[in-house]
Design a protein around this ligand. Structure first.
Ligand SMILES: [Fe+2]
Length: 288
């Protein structure tokens, strides 16, 4: 049986240069804690992918701050860009940056029988994503040449998820994107993305997907959820819910995606011992 491949999925680190914080939180500290947790618990992973928004304002010193913290990650890593990133600053500081022949931060990597495709959906000057004709041509060729199953990693979701303020800044040319991807959906086993700063999963046009939490701030789910239309999208409402990253276990017959709340260091206890000791409530309040 082929080995299970583990991939760590981190997104939306939103690093700002010292001494600044962001929304009352310290993205550099959170990144350092995530890196330490990944190094401690997941050093057997084949790959770690950061699906964009590495820097909140896209400045070079923020990428330098990111890189100095990320140097502690023991895993092979793919760093991608999102709407908060600056493509040229990213390429100037991040080394080696993954860049295609047209200068976009995208590329591919083979893991066992899988081809992983990393897409650049950034659109300078816009928080919405774009996947232009040149990028679509790159993707069409990569999909045509991939010998087997495919995983896709991207920053923006190519569809609405029911949070109107975020759906307004999803991938703008989603139908054109779908026209390239959908013909290969039998081989595309999963789409991993960020941008939404929430744990979200489901399927789109028959392709399973997952989104991980951000590492700094989160998107609040307070308010109305609706998939279809409406002019009034409202504000994007942030929250300080705990951050997280995802771990995907990829086997021949399944992909399982686990959410990791790496800042939770609350006490651990044995559920098994509780079962064998008899009925109990809330850590020994009552044991028969
Ligand atoms: Fe973000």
């Amino acid at each position: 049986m082929p080995p299970v491949i583990k991939i760590v999925h981190v997104s939306d680190t939103h690093v700002v240069a010292a001494p600044h914080t962001l929304y009352g939180l310290d993205p550099r500290d959170r990144l350092a804690r995530a890196v330490a947790d990944i190094a401690l618990r997941h050093d057997d992973a084949a790959l770690c992918v950061v699906t964009g928004d590495l820097a909140h304002w896209g400045e070079r010193n923020a990428y330098a701050a990111f890189a100095s913290v990320w140097a502690g990650c023991p895993l092979p890593t793919i760093l991608m860009i999102g709407n908060h990133d600056d493509r040229e600053s990213f390429k100037a500081v991040i080394s080696p940056a993954m860049v295609d022949a047209d200068g976009f931060v995208q590329g591919q990597r083979v893991l066992g029988d899988l081809t992983c495709l990393f897409l650049d959906t950034a659109s300078p000057g816009s928080h919405a994503g774009a996947y232009c004709e040149r990028r679509r041509a790159w993707l069409a060729q990569a999909l045509a040449e991939a010998p087997g199953d495919v995983l896709i990693f991207m920053h923006h979701p190519p569809f609405a998820v029911g949070v109107p303020a975020m759906d307004a800044i999803a991938l703008a040319d989603a139908e054109a994107f779908a026209s390239v991807v959908v013909p290969h959906r039998e081989r595309i086993r999963h789409i991993f993305f960020g941008h939404l700063h929430r744990p979200i999963s489901g399927s789109w046009r028959g392709i399973p997907f997952s989104c991980t939490r951000g590492l700094n701030h989160q998107l609040s789910l307070d308010g109305q959820l609706r998939i279809e239309g409406g002019e009034d999208v409202g504000d994007i409402v942030g929250s300080r819910e705990p951050p997280g990253y995802n771990v995907a276990l990829i086997a021949e017959d399944r992909i399982v995606v686990h959410a990791v709340a790496f800042l939770d260091h609350g006490s651990r206890f044995s559920l098994t011992a509780e079962e064998t000791a008899g009925r109990s409530y809330a850590l020994g309040m009552r044991v028969e």
